[in-house]
Design a protein around this ligand. Sequence first.
Ligand code: TYD
Length: 141
Amino acid sequence: MFDKHIMEIRESQIIQLPKILDRRGNLSFIEGENHIPFAIRRTHWIYDVPGGEKRGGHAYKVCQEFIVALSGSFDVIVNDGKEEKTYHLNRSYYGLYIPAMIWRQMENFSTNSLALVLSSTKYDAGDYIRDFSLLKELKKV
Ligand code: TYD
């Protein structure tokens, strides 16, 4: 689906996924390095989020992520150190790609929302940047 240039993506962006319409129910799917620009090494999901709670509030040095609202809706706020953007995710046939070194926060979770997160690396606590000013310093912005 993507040319080599997508492997060079430096910016967060919405990526539409294949959607197989069927009167028996619709189907979407994701192939690593095809529909999203990385090989999938890990999957986790966020659910049962109490009203008003926020998740995230960090960046990764290396890890890239792709986030899909499998059910319900929520906002993902991304910040590259200079500019902030809010993405409202509310469909299971598209998702938000977030490259490394981008601050993200998830909020405004609807009741029963389910956030699927695909990652390019295994879990590594040392990959987290939990201080926004450190992110800016590392990015020299
Ligand atoms: P964290 O990534 O901080 O959650 P969020 O960004 O959604 O707010 O992770 C919360 C806790 O879960 C933290 O103690 C680490 C653990 N965790 C794992 O053990 N493996 C994983 O793959 C993830 C994403 C988190």
